[in-house]
Ligand binder design. Structure first.
Ligand SMILES: [Zn+2]
Length: 138
């Protein structure tokens, strides 16, 4: 994992993973940059930074707004698929459909939230890396 030293970095330098590699690391609860540090303190709480490479996971207030949008989009897609499945595959009336579907949507959102938190850290890491590379080329 260790690569050549980077004079701009304050900590040890790590080989930059591919975009899917960074996403995979984050999905597996690891730092998207080094793949070694833990990403979360608990199910719904990110660590401030990586204990191995020092990557800052939460840079500023509001930085995790994208994670909320990601969770909302994934949950809405699930909800649409659930509504279509209930409509076409069952004979449930409206009230029964809502009574069945609403808890499922809430449960799905509860399960997806920590995953979208981790994926969003990887998205920020990858987009920052691309932006820094573009800045250096000018
Ligand atoms: Zn790290």
């Amino acid at each position: 994992m260790l690569a050549m030293s980077n004079p701009e970095s304050t900590g040890p330098a790590f080989a930059a993973p591919s975009i899917p590699g960074a996403m995979r690391r984050a999905f597996l609860r690891r730092c998207p940059r080094c793949g070694l540090g833990e990403l979360q303190e608990s199910r719904f709480r990110l660590r401030t930074s990586c204990s191995v490479c020092g990557l800052c996971y939460r840079k500023e207030a509001g930085a995790m707004t994208g994670q909320m949008y990601l969770t909302a989009i994934i949950t809405e897609i699930f909800t649409v698929l659930l509504v279509l499945a209930v409509f076409f595959l069952t004979d449930l009336d409206t009230l029964s459909s809502i009574a069945l579907g609403l808890p499922l949507v809430v449960l799905f959102s509860y399960l997806v939230l920590p995953i979208s938190m981790r994926i969003w850290v990887a998205v920020e890491y990858v987009t920052d890396r691309v932006g820094e590379a573009a800045d250096r080329s000018h």
